[in-house]
Write a protein that binds this ligand. Structure first.
Ligand SMILES: [Zn+2]
Length: 632
């Protein structure tokens, strides 16, 4: 599909629709309306600008009761404001004078929740909604003490991306709508509450905490976590939070955080969110990390003990620019968040750990990408291999694939290779600065790229680039190909082993002691092993390298796929252990998928899942439910 250039120019001023505070910059251009399929909100009629959240967190009932006061800006004859809710129990809605406002809750739509329409009076500028969350609210995960590291206190965390914020706050839940927020939160005494905002570093005496986020953010970045949590400062503006027994390991693992922030600033401009903290959550957290502003939420599976999996921190930190500053306008433009972030993450890793190291990560990303492209192309939605998606009527979660991340990354890497790093960096720095706190559609990005990268540098625009990479399916032939000598060496070792050289000949005891390979090389080693590996060969590898008991979650997860594939029974017990105690979807999906390939495997998968499911967040269990055809 070819998109005529003129159309791209038309969307330049589109963000003014969503930001009542910013004046139109190009009045002569008629703005094109952004269609976000995943919100009921009509921001052109009435839009929220600030949230004041007063909440009581009740671990006994596993519910939050709260009052959400929303400041609104509306058009002259607006009679109503439409919010998104998903399963909230609404008690009352009042205006700023304490007068009741009428409202109705519309029909529920699968994946979307329901519209909450509040009828406004002429002078209404604020509405206060008293409500509570329901059992099973999709964003919330309530853990009992046994599911935490220290087993003393219960734990709560939220995961709002993509459209789950509406299951704990009545809000206009679109990435194109931004607001600031304040919160006053009451939790059981002895517990610490943290949000995507200015945060306390100590447990309060009365369980009450106040929060401020004075920069406008979209709803998917609303976040809350409550637990037995400690803080350790790492530098003036960075620090880690974790449960008491985890805090030391976390502080060790993330010691390079300040260095990463500095590297990122050097690349694309000042860090805009004052502090950068990270919390290590209990293992059921469904993602590697979530870039909640000021406080990244992270999985404990990156605590490898040797700082080998910290590229995840670089990734979440990079989101402080790509995603949190310049935000995808809709979930169809998700690649703008993730592709840019993987590119930026790579650049941070290169700056801190060197080019060779970053190229190994790039190659792993290419392996993921190729695998995902193949899977999606042979599935029901081959069009999901386009960068620009159309997820109308579907859950935005369907777009969270390697396409957005890795195809996005390779497209940007191709642009860098085409124009040279210097010009590309200048473009990106300006992109993050001039679009800060705004949202971006793919079409507007293309328009800016044409003007500010190509035309500015006298380079002809190549429409094929967009047609193949953004609007076309699959992986284009001109995909950049990273080269890593370290990976070539791994491939040579695997080949020699296949051809009869013994492990003892390939790895001397000194090699093994010195642990000369990084976890990325081990990952590549496991991924490069031949298809026809038998149990004896698996046992031999395991005896030497102890993969079944690896402390590195990436290596363990890759090994466990082989355990299932080659029916290596000695690994089964730890496989079950891993699946019951880890909720990170990236690890769960390939393992359950591999088991589901055979009849006996499927029986095993279901038996394990029955035990493991209560430990998973909705985000993970909804994926595995579908995979195993599970009925709750
Ligand atoms: Zn990301």
């Amino acid at each position: 599909m070819l998109i005529p250039l003129k159309k791209h120019i038309k969307v330049l001023s589109v963000s003014v629709l969503f930001f009542a505070c910013s004046p139109p910059t190009t009045p002569e251009i008629e703005p094109m309306k952004i269609v976000d399929h995943h919100t009921f909100a009509k921001p052109e009629i009435a839009v929220i600008t600030h949230l004041n959240w007063d909440a009581d967190i009740n671990f006994n009932t596993k519910t939050i009761s709260a009052e959400a006061t929303l400041s609104i800006t509306k058009s002259k004859d607006a009679k109503e404001i439409i919010l998104d809710i998903n399963g909230l129990s609404i008690a009352s809605i009042k205006d700023e004078n304490g007068k009741g406002l009428t409202f109705e809750i519309g029909k529920e739509k699968p994946f979307h929740g329901s519209p909450l329409t509040v009828h406004l009076k002429n002078n209404t500028q604020k509405i206060s909604i008293r409500y509570s969350t329901i059992a099973g609210a999709e964003a919330l995960q309530w853990l009992n003490p046994k599911q935490t590291a220290d087993e003393k206190y219960p734990f709560l965390f939220t995961q709002s991306q993509a459209i789950l914020a509406r299951s704990w706050v009545p809000i206009q839940d679109s990435p194109g709508i931004r607001f600031t927020y304040n919160a006053h939160v009451k939790v059981p005494e002895g517990m610490l509450a943290l949000m995507s905002a200015t945060n306390p570093t100590k447990v309060s005496d009365n369980g009450v905490y106040d929060f401020v986020m004075d920069k406008p953010i979209p709803a998917y970045l609303l976040a809350l976590t409550v637990g037995d949590i400690r803080y350790q400062k790492l530098s003036e503006r960075t620090g880690v939070y974790a449960e008491p027994s985890v805090i030391q390991a976390a502080a060790y693992e993330f010691a390079d955080m300040e260095q990463m922030v500095e590297a990122a600033e050097k690349l694309y401009g000042p860090y805009q969110w004052e502090v950068y903290d990270l919390i290590v959550l209990p293992p059921s957290f469904p993602f590697g990390g979530m870039e909640n502003p000021m406080l990244t939420f992270a999985t404990p599976t990156i605590l490898a003990g040797d700082r080998s999996l910290v590229s995840l921190v670089a990734h979440e930190l990079a989101h402080s620019w790509s995603g949190n500053l310049v935000t995808n306008a809709t979930w169809d433009d998700f690649w703008l968040n993730e592709g840019f972030t993987v590119y930026f993450e790579q650049r941070i890793m290169e700056a801190v750990y060197g080019y060779d190291y970053a190229e190994m990560l790039a190659l792993l990303s290419l392996q993921n990408l190729k695998e995902e492209v193949e899977t999606i192309l042979t599935g029901d939605h081959p069009e999901d291999t386009k960068l620009k998606l159309n997820l109308e009527g579907r859950t935005p979660d369907d777009g969270m694939t390697a396409i957005a991340y890795d195809k996005g990354y390779y497209f940007l890497r191709l642009l860098e290779e085409k124009v040279g790093r210097e010009k590309f960096d200048a473009f990106l720095k300006d992109y993050f600065t001039s679009n800060a706190f705004h949202s971006m559609t793919t079409e507007e990005f293309i328009s800016q790229l044409n003007v500010k990268l190509f035309e500015k540098n006298g380079i002809p625009v190549d429409e094929n680039l967009y047609n193949e990479w953004i609007f076309g399916q699959g992986l284009p032939a001109n995909c950049p190909q990273p080269v890593s000598d370290r990976f070539t060496n791994v491939e040579r070792v695997v080949e020699d082993w296949i051809n009869g050289t013994t492990i003892e000949e390939l790895f001397t005891p000194e090699d093994l002691m010195a642990q000369t390979w990084s976890s990325h090389e081990w990952l590549h080693f496991l991924r490069s092993l031949p298809e026809d590996l038998n149990k004896e060969k698996m046992a031999k590898l395991d005896a030497v390298f102890q993969f079944t008991y690896s402390r590195n979650s990436e290596i363990l997860a890759a090994w466990m796929v082989l355990v299932i594939k080659h029916q290596y029974n000695s690994g089964y017990e730890n496989l079950e252990n891993f699946l019951v105690n880890t909720g990170r979807r990236k690890f769960l999906s390939p393992l359950y998928a591999e088991m589901a390939k055979t009849e006996t495997g499927l029986v095993m998968a279901k038996a394990i899942y029955e035990k493991a499911r209560p430990n998973y967040h909705f985000v993970a269990s909804s994926t595995i439910d579908k995979m195993l055809d599970w009925k709750d």
